[in-house]
Design a protein around this ligand. Structure first.
Ligand code: AHR
Length: 535
C-alpha cells in the first residue's frame, strides 16, 4: 500500500469514526430459533467428500506408496489421514468423476508390481500407475473412518463389468470365485458398499447420452448392480440390495428436463430399489464458463460475484426437488449433490488439467452458505460431496511433497461437525442486505440444529466482507444465557493458508453471556463463519 493510500485510509477511518459517533447505535439482529419445531435430520452424508484420480488428488494427496519417506500406513499418508479423521468424513466418492467412466477395476487389484500402467486420458494424459485401487481405497476409508461411495463405469464398461466389480467387492468367498479372489488379495471379509453411482455425468464425459437413452441404460445397469453382501430376500421373494443405495447420474446445473425424464422413468421401473438417489452437479465461482476468477488474489467485486454464484444452489435444489416431488411425493429418492464447490483459474505454473487451486476465507463462506442450503432442504438433499478432497478444486487439504496445509474450507467442515445427523431447527431473522455494485446478497445467513448430543447449535455467517454485524441469540425457544464456540475469520477477504504460513485462517474461540438487558449479543467479524452452542 502506498503512503498516499495509507493517508487516505486514515482519513476515511476518521470520517467513519465521526459518522459512527453521530449515528444511533445499530441494534443487534434478533435471531429466533424455533427449538420446539424440529425439522428433518441433516444427514451426515451431506458433508461427504469426492476424491478422483485427477492431478494430485489421489497420488501425492492420499497415496505416497509404501516405500515413501513421507510417513504413511500401507502407502497412505498419515498427515492427511489424521486431518481427515478430525472432520468425520462420512463418505468418499471415488474413483471419479469423469474418470469413473474410464475406470476398469481389474487393472488395479492384485500384486502391485504386476498392475498395468494406463493413461489418464481426460486429466492430462498422464500415466496412471493403478497402485491405488479397490483395496487401497477401502484401506483409506478404514483409516479415516468413512464409508464407500463407489462410482461405476457405464460410459465405457458393461453391465457385467459393473456387476463383477460389485461381486468382487461384496461376495462371500465361500460361494463366489470373485469373492475368493478378493480374499486371496488380502481381504476375506466383504467390503461394505452402502452407496453406488451408476455412471457419472452421463450427459457429458460419461457417454454424451440423452436423458431418454440414459433412463433405459440406467435401468439395465442398475438391475445388475448387486450388492452380494447386503442382499436379503423380501417377503415377496425379491432380493432387496438392503443397504446399498443406487445413485443415478443426474442433471447438469439447471437441466430440469433431465430430472423430469429420469424421475418419470422411475415410476415404471419394476424394482422399487432401482433408484435411490439422483445426482446433481453444480460448480460455482464463475458467472460464465470457463472459470476466470482467481482463487487467491481478488477484491470485493470478485468476492461478491462468487458468493452470488454459489447462492444459485438454492434455486437449483428447490426446482429439482419440486420435479422430484411430482413423481416421489414421499421423498424416497435422495437428491445427491455429489459435485459442488468453487472452480477458479488453475494455480499459476500448475498443469491446467490438474484443477489445482488455492482456497481462501471466501471459500469458507461459500461452503457455509451452500451447506446451509442443503440443511434447509434436508428432507430431500441427503447426500452431497464437495469437489474435491485433496489438491483439486475446493479442497480440504493441499499437499506438496512432505508438506501439508489445511484450507479455510477444511476448518469450515470442522466447525460444522456438530451438524452431522443433527435435527434441523427453523430460524427467524432479518437477513438484511449486503450491496456491492450490481450485487445484492443477504448479509446474514443463519442455520440451526439440535445435535445428536441434544445441544442447540447455531451457525452464523456474516457475508459482508466490510462490516461487522451484531446478533442477539437470546430467543432460542428457551432463555439462552451463553453462546460458546468458534469463529472462522481472516485478515483479508483473499487470505489463504500456505505451506509457509499455514495458520492465517484458523478458527478462534468465541464466547458471549447474556447481559443485564436480557440480550445475548455476539459480534460477527466481516466475512466470517461462527458456530456456537447456545445454552
Ligand atoms: O471435478 C472435476 C470434474 O468435474 C469431474 O470429473 C466431472 O464429473 C465434472 O465435470
Amino acid at each position: 500500500m502506498t503512503r498516499m493510500a495509507i493517508t487516505l485510509t486514515a482519513s476515511l477511518i476518521t470520517i467513519a469514526t465521526a459518522t459512527a459517533a453521530m449515528a444511533a447505535p445499530v441494534p443487534p439482529v434478533a435471531v429466533t430459533v424455533e427449538t420446539g419445531k424440529p425439522g428433518a435430520r441433516i444427514d451426515r452424508h451431506i458433508f461427504g467428500q469426492f476424491a478422483e484420480h485427477l492431478g494430485t488428488g489421489i497420488y501425492d494427496g492420499v497415496w505416497v506408496g509404501r516405500d515413501s519417506q513421507i510417513p504413511n500406513v500401507r502407502g497412505i499418508r498419515t498427515d492427511v489421514v489424521t486431518a481427515l479423521k478430525a472432520i468425520h468424513v462420512p463418505d468418499v466418492r471415488w474413483p471419479g468423476g469423469c474418470y469413473a467412466d474410464d475406470y476398469h477395476w481389474r487393472k488395479a487389484i492384485g500384486d502391485p508390481s504386476k498392475r498395468p500402467i494406463t493413461v489418464n486420458y481426460l486429466w492430462g494424459r498422464v500415466p496412471e500407475s493403478n497402485q491405488f485401487g479397490t483395496h487401497e481405497y477401502f484401506d483409506f476409508l478404514d483409516q479415516i473412518g468413512s464409508e464407500a461411495y463407489v462410482s461405476g463405469n457405464v460410459g465405457s464398461g458393461t453391465p457385467q463389468e459393473m456387476s463383477d466389480w460389485l461381486e468382487y467387492m461384496t461376495a462371500d468367498p465361500a460361494i463366489s470365485t470373485l469373492g475368493a479372489e478378493r480374499a486371496a488379495n488380502g481381504h476375506p471379509a466383504p467390503f461394505k458398499v452402502p452407496f453406488f453411482g451408476v455412471g457419472n455425468e452421463s450427459w457429458g464425459c460419461g457417454g454424451s447420452m440423452t436423458p431418454e437413452h440414459y433412463a433405459d441404460v440406467y435401468r439395465n445397469y442398475a438391475t445388475f448392480a448387486r450388492n452380494y453382501d447386503n442382499a436379503q430376500q423380501l417377503p415377496n421373494g425379491d432380493y432387496d440390495p438392503n443397504g446399498m443405495k443406487r445413485i443415478s447420474s443426474g442433471p447438469n446445473v439447471d437441466d430440469y428436463h433431465w430430472t423430469e425424464v429420469r424421475m418419470e422413468a422411475s415410476t415404471h421401473q419394476i424394482f422399487s430399489w432401482s433408484l435411490d438417489g439422483l445426482s446433481l452437479h453444480f460448480y460455482s465461482g464463475f458467472d460464465q464458463w470457463p472459470p476466470s476468477n482467481s482463487a487467491d488474489s481478488f477484491g470485493e467485486d470478485q468476492y461478491a460475484h462468487v458468493i452470488r454464484s454459489a447462492l444459485k444452489m438454492e434455486d437449483l435444489v428447490s426446482k429439482h426437488s419440486a420435479i422430484m416431488d411430482k413423481y416421489d411425493p414421499n421423498k424416497r429418492v435422495m437428491l445427491v449433490v455429489d459435485e459442488w464447490g468453487a472452480w477458479y483459474l488453475p494455480a499459476p505454473g500448475s498443469n491446467p488439467r490438474f484443477l489445482q487451486q488455492q482456497n481462501s476465507q471466501r471459500d469458507a463462506v461459500l461452503a457455509a452458505v451452500t451447506l446451509n442450503i442443503f440443511a434447509r432442504h434436508a428432507d430431500r438433499v441427503r447426500m452431497a460431496n464437495i469437489a474435491q478432497m485433496v489438491n483439486v478444486l475446493q479442497s480440504m487439504i493441499l499437499t506438496s511433497g512432505d508438506k501439508m496445509v489445511l484450507t479455510p474450507t477444511y476448518y469450515l467442515f470442522k466447525l460444522y461437525v456438530p451438524f452431522q445427523d443433527a435435527t434441523f431447527l427453523p430460524v427467524d431473522y432479518d437477513a438484511g442486505s449486503y450491496v456491492h455494485g450490481d450485487v445484492t446478497l443477504p448479509r446474514l445467513d443463519v442455520m440451526a440444529a439440535k445435535g445428536t448430543d441434544s445441544k442447540t447449535y447455531v451457525s452464523l455467517t456474516n457475508v459482508d466482507p466490510t462490516q461487522p454485524l451484531a446478533v442477539d441469540l437470546s430467543a432460542m425457544g428457551f432463555k439462552a444465557r451463553t453462546a460458546t464456540g468458534q469463529t472462522l475469520t481472516a485478515p483479508k477477504m483473499d487470505s489463504t493458508n500456505t505451506f509457509d504460513h499455514p495458520d492465517t485462517v484458523t478458527p478462534r474461540p468465541v464466547a458471549a453471556k447474556v447481559g443485564r438487558d436480557g440480550k445475548l449479543v455476539l459480534t460477527l467479524a466481516p466475512e466470517s463463519v461462527t458456530v456456537v452452542e447456545v445454552e
